[in-house]
Design a protein around this ligand. Sequence first.
Ligand code: NAD
Ligand SMILES: O=C(O)C(=O)C[C@@H](O)[C@H](O)[C@H](O)COP(=O)(O)O
Ligand code: ZN
Length: 363
Amino acid sequence: MDTLDVDLGQRSYPIHIGTGLLSRPELLTSIGRRPMRLVTDAHVAEHYLTPVRELLSLDDEQILVLPAGETTKSMATVDQVMDWLLASRLPRDGMLVALGGGVIGDLVGFCAAIYQRGVDFVQIPTTLLAQVDSSVGGKTGVNHARGKNMIGAFHQPRLVLADTGTLATLPQREKLAGIAEVIKYGMLGDAAFFAWLERNMSALLALDDEAVRYAVYRSCEMKAEIVALDERESVDGGAGPRALLNLGHTFAHAVETYTHYTEWLHGEAVAVGLCMAADLSARLGWLAGRDADRCIALVASTGLPTRPPQGMRVDDFRTLMSLDKKVASGKLRLILLRSLGDAVVSADFDSQALDATLRHFGA
Ligand SMILES: NC(=O)c1ccc[n+]([C@@H]2O[C@H](COP(=O)([O-])OP(=O)(O)OC[C@H]3O[C@@H](n4cnc5c(N)ncnc54)[C@H](O)[C@@H]3O)[C@@H](O)[C@H]2O)c1
Ligand SMILES: O=C(O)C(=O)C[C@@H](O)[C@H](O)[C@H](O)COP(=O)(O)O
Ligand SMILES: [Zn+2]
């Protein structure tokens, strides 16, 4: 097992990564014995509720199983969870546990942030995407019909337990969705990791133990470092280190909102967003054309999409991108690449180049 720390002073917490962690109760001793409630989804419950119920010594009344899928990440579900927590009288010194992918992690984290003005929570991520990204860093929240992740709060977990053995049951499409965020880390901050991904993608796709462990570890290491520098994406007025984790996401969120959070997985939309960000960076003359090609080729080599949904028009992108949370003083800010492994937040790009990218990818 590997352990990384997210260094946030009093709010610091460990990320445990390895196989067989769901049967190691000693990893949870730091959170103490206290009233607990666990929230998961129906797919995850089928595979992992039994071991986790045993791990945490939970009764049925302490467990809520929600429908799986992105539409569960909504204010309607928050209301349902609040009602359940109040009815079951979880006290303020209690603890919520999120068992599942990013949908459950973001939703439960947000519920923990607002229930009685904040209770502790633990992340037990079971998708690749959640293990490399969403379970770490404390961005929690839900979607709104008008925009992705538009309602939320920063609320750090007390502990992350990433059992990479759970990935064995992950459907192929979900595995690929997680790989998109892994590619993001290489593109934004580590050219050597990007090259490692080029060499080891088939091992990663085959869920080779060593490859998965390294990909999860390196992704969490990069995210933990960035979060420690800029916990609330507030450094430099939102143009600091944490914004870099949004590489490709302005395009991705437009795709997800356009498709009403039903057809496209977050990771699939991120894959397209990464390709669009690479294309734009090359059009601006910042990223070498051959490196933009490498980014798009790596995404394509996995089977992830490299183009937006059919019928999504340039104007759909423009309208939805203008709602992005990184817009400041009415100006769109994008994460772009100066070179492979070197991302920058910029509002200072030629808008004609963005138009050309949108025309190249849009309908
Ligand atoms: N907070 C953050 O920093 C952050 C970062 C990245 C993404 N996100 C959010 O994460 C969400 C996407 O998360 P996701 O990709 O994990 O999707 P998800 O939570 O919907 O999980 C994907 C699917 O896999 C199933 N599943 C989960 N674990 C499984 C397992 N081990 N075996 C079999 N099936 C399993 C789930 O039931 C679901 O059907 C999006 O809402 C995105 O916005 C948040
Ligand atoms: O942790 C972050 O910071 C990220 O931006 C990680 C992203 O992968 C993730 O999709 C996040 O939820 C996006 O946040 P948002 O602030 O753009 O809604
Ligand atoms: Zn993301």
